[in-house]
Write a protein that binds this ligand. Structure first.
Ligand SMILES: *[C@@H]1O[C@H](CO)[C@@H](O)[C@H](O)[C@H]1NC(C)=O
Ligand SMILES: *[C@@H]1O[C@H](CO)[C@@H](O)[C@H](O)[C@H]1NC(C)=O
Ligand SMILES: *[C@@H]1O[C@H](CO)[C@@H](O)[C@H](O)[C@H]1NC(C)=O
Length: 320
């Protein structure tokens, strides 16, 4: 009798019902508030589709067909198309006109096998860019903050909002390049975050030009993963541009997508180290999607797999 009852129950419970609890948890955890019942119904149905994708992918992960697993985060009520639109247009990264190419080529054998600059406190905390396409500012400022720490032993937070408001070389919340942020700071300076209005997720009136880091230099790392490794090991955290179109569901492991775009980028990360996990080489990168994304806000991107997702195409770093 008992067995039959269980069978009947499983058989008749529709997906919609089994996912209700997950939906409630999701809304609560990420503070989701929908405009109307209709809107919520639509988001719930997208959420359920995403759960199916996550489950199927994680089955592949368990069977060794993928090196990373997926999970529910703040993007789980968005379609893939909406997420890609949110990232903004993908761009080809020819940064040769922006900066000098760094004079390093390959690993000379003295470069460590793994490194994590967080271990000595050289990396500022994970932030959340929210609805504004300001990833390039988080990447660029993150690299300056780390360089400053490595020179002075002091960790400071620079104001992302001040760059958004005062920058002349990028496109505010539409997007930009780390190299152009270095150019802005070289000419107009930066300010500490405590000395400027808090982050607003949009561009406002420029309230004050900066005085910090005026005159800095910046370099492009040669476009290959060996040079990037050398740069990260010898200089510290480096900002990189990637194709992040399918990164939204990443939860852990080493992110690799064979179809990832090798030339176009739509997102910026801060590479703070590298290593190897379960035989997979990875770049350890800080993202700016809050700590609910990935591994406490970090992602391990495939390394030495033919420049996956274009990670070594446009690395840049400031010279303080
Ligand atoms: C930098 O900002 C983070 C939060 O984003 C905060 O936890 C930390 O204390 C700040 N550091 C300094 C030196 O102000
Ligand atoms: C910042 O500098 C620019 C360029 O020098 C200038 O046009 C602008 O008025 C300055 N803004 C403030 C708030 O000082
Ligand atoms: C990998 O990327 C391709 C397109 O670039 C996409 O169609 C596919 O869904 C992605 N795979 C995963 C598991 O996200």
């Amino acid at each position: 009798m008992g067995t039959i009852l269980i069978f009947v129950c499983l058989f008749f419970i529709p997906d919609a019902l089994t996912n209700t609890k997950e939906w409630t948890n999701f809304k609560e955890k990420f503070g989701k508030d929908y405009k109307s019942t209709l809107d919520e119904q639509r988001r719930f149905s997208i959420f359920q589709e995403n759960l199916k994708i996550i489950e199927a992918h994680n089955e592949d992960y368990r069977n060794g067909k993928s090196t990373y697993y997926m999970g529910v985060n703040q993007f789980a009520d968005m379609t893939q198309e909406e997420f890609i639109n949110r990232l903004g247009p993908a761009r080809n990264m020819d940064i040769s006109g922006h900066s000098r190419i760094m004079d390093i080529s390959t690993d000379d054998g003295n470069i460590p096998e793994s490194i994590d600059w967080r271990e000595i406190g050289a990396v500022t905390p994970v932030a959340n860019q929210g609805e504004c396409g300001s990833c390039y500012i988080y990447g660029a400022l993150g690299s300056i903050e780390s360089q400053h720490f490595l020179k002075s032993g002091k960790l400071i937070n620079l104001s992302v909002q001040q760059i958004l408001d005062c920058d002349e070389y990028n496109n505010g919340c539409i997007g930009g390049w780390p190299a152009s942020v270095y150019k802005q700071i070289r000419e107009n300076g930066a300010v500490l975050s405590e000395d400027y209005q808090s982050y607003q997720e949009n561009v406002g009136q420029c309230q004050a030009n900066g005085t910090l880091f005026k005159g800095i230099g910046y370099l492009s790392v040669p476009r290959n993963e060996n040079a990037l490794k050398t740069a990260v090991a010898t200089y510290g955290p480096v900002s990189v541009e990637i194709d992040a179109s399918y990164l939204n569901k990443y939860s852990g492991g080493v992110y690799f997508n064979a179809s990832c775009n090798a030339n176009m980028a739509n997102h910026v990360l801060l590479v703070v180290g590298y290593g190897t996990e379960n035989g997979q080489d990875y770049w350890l990168a800080r993202n700016s999607w809050g700590t609910t994304f990935g591994i406490e806000g970090y992602v391990k991107m495939a390394r030495n797999r033919n420049n996956n997702c274009a990670i070594a195409n446009a690395p840049t770093l400031p010279i303080l």
